[in-house]
Write a protein that binds this ligand. Structure first.
Ligand code: NAP
Ligand code: MG
Length: 374
């Protein structure tokens, strides 16, 4: 069979545990039979991060700057418990995502994958809500301090980073033709959040015309008002959030739409680089079952969509239509498999009453998708 050629590589960032197992399976069954896959490979598995004193994470981020498009597998962020689990660790390495985000800067866009047979918990939601999370600063780079009778926190953000966050949001709204909401707590945090609000307003002037032409809106409101509106809206817009709000709200949005395993994520940097990944973690509990010689029913959809997002972007940038078309074909094959009722165990309980779901393990699920590609 003729395989699709690639003229430029993707930066492939491997990860940990169950998602690492799925990663290889997706490549073997869904990608390599159809594409002459060209990647620059970085192993961000915890052992290799430890072996390289985490240099491999920095190299991977810089490689995305060079090749523009990357795809990343979920990775372990070590904590105290992981230090006991992996006694060879020489340090409690930082979150690879935080390292990559601080090198690339930019904004993380997270959108749920919606299918008819799964009803969102919020009845009014008809279309996806995309969270645009600022990926720099605030509490994630804060200094904390404890004195005898108090706890203290100092956090910062860079005006340039806030401005590129605003730009990325306006541009993404135009690209996807959706309204943009932005929320902070500027009535309380008059200087810090006030600056976010002012920069967005100021930056919007540059996009106003395009918004008018497309018939889309920019809407600013307080974070608590935004939350109240979100739970009774129809969806179909982008909700820009500061770093922490975005962290919390994206988990709320994904679980209310269905499952964390159905949430895609892309980091868009101000200089136009893209890093695609699944929004969920390494699914540790399933991995231990896998090590115990079981075949878990872990949902690979978000990881598949990380690959298709990256392949489509590569295809668009290189004028490689067959590659972009293959990305859509693989997405459709995945969704058709779900619609036909074949799904992983996380999704079956979420289906509409009367829908006939057939639960399979990850291997069976991926091979069902593969059948639809030939
Ligand atoms: P998690 O890996 O997302 O898993 C939490 C639970 O959600 C799982 O135990 C599972 O529930 C369910 N789940 C998540 N993804 C699923 C999938 N694809 N299919 C089916 N069920 C899925 O989060 P965690 O357990 O908090 O974190 C595990 C590790 O991942 C940690 O070391 C953390 O540092 C890392 N992490 C990495 C990233 C990233 O790289 N982007 C993000 C978050 C967390 P059941 O067990 O009930 O089936
Ligand atoms: Mg979170």
């Amino acid at each position: 069979m003729h395989r699709i050629e690639m003229s430029a590589p993707l930066v492939e960032i491997d990860g940990d545990e169950m998602t690492r197992v799925l990663w290889q399976l997706i490549k073997d069954e869904l990608l390599m039979p159809f594409i002459d896959l060209k990647t620059e490979y970085y192993d961000l598995g915890l052992q290799n991060r430890n072996k390289t004193n985490d240099q491999v994470t920095i190299e991977a981020a810089n490689a995305i700057k060079k090749h523009i498009v990357g795809v990343k597998c979920a990775t372990i962020t070590p904590n105290k418990q992981r230090m006991d689990e992996y006694p060879e660790l020489t340090e409690m390495w930082k979150s690879p995502n935080a390292t990559i985000r601080s090198i690339l800067d930019g904004t993380v866009f997270r959108a749920p994958i919606i299918i008819d047979c799964i009803e969102p918990t919020v009845r009014t939601w008809e279309k996806p809500i995309t969270i645009a999370r600022h990926a720099y600063g605030d509490v994630y780079m804060a200094t904390e301090h404890k004195t005898d009778d108090a706890v203290w926190l100092t956090q910062h953000n860079n005006l340039a980073s806030i401005r590129s966050f605003a730009k990325a949001c306006f541009e993404y709204a135009i690209e996807t033709q959706q309204d943009l909401w932005f929320s902070t707590k500027d009535t309380i945090s008059k200087i810090y959040d006030g600056e976010f609000k002012a920069i967005f307003e100021n930056e919007f002037e540059n996009y106003k015309k395009q918004f008018e032409t497309l018939g889309i809106e920019y809407f600013y409101t307080l974070i608590d008002d935004a939350v109240a509106r979100v739970v009774r809206c129809k969806g179909g817009f982008i909700w820009a959030c500061k770093n922490y709000d975005g962290d919390v709200m994206s988990d709320m949005i994904s679980s209310a739409f269905g499952s964390l395993a159905m949430m895609t994520s892309v980091l868009v940097s101000p200089d136009g680089n893209f890093a695609y990944e699944a929004a969920h973690g390494t699914v540790t509990r399933h991995y231990y079952r896998y090590l115990d010689a079981q075949k878990p029913s872990t949902n690979p959809i978000a990881t598949i969509f990380a690959w298709t997002g990256a392949l489509r972007k590569r295809g668009e940038l290189d004028g490689n239509t067959p590659l972009a078309q293959f990305a859509s074909k693989l997405e459709n094959a995945s969704l058709d498999t779900l619609k036909s009722g074949t799904m992983t165990a996380d999704l079956a309980p979420l289906t509409k009453t009367g829908f006939n779901a057939h639960v399979v393990n990850s291997w069976e699920f991926i091979s069902e998708i593969a059948k639809k590609l030939v």
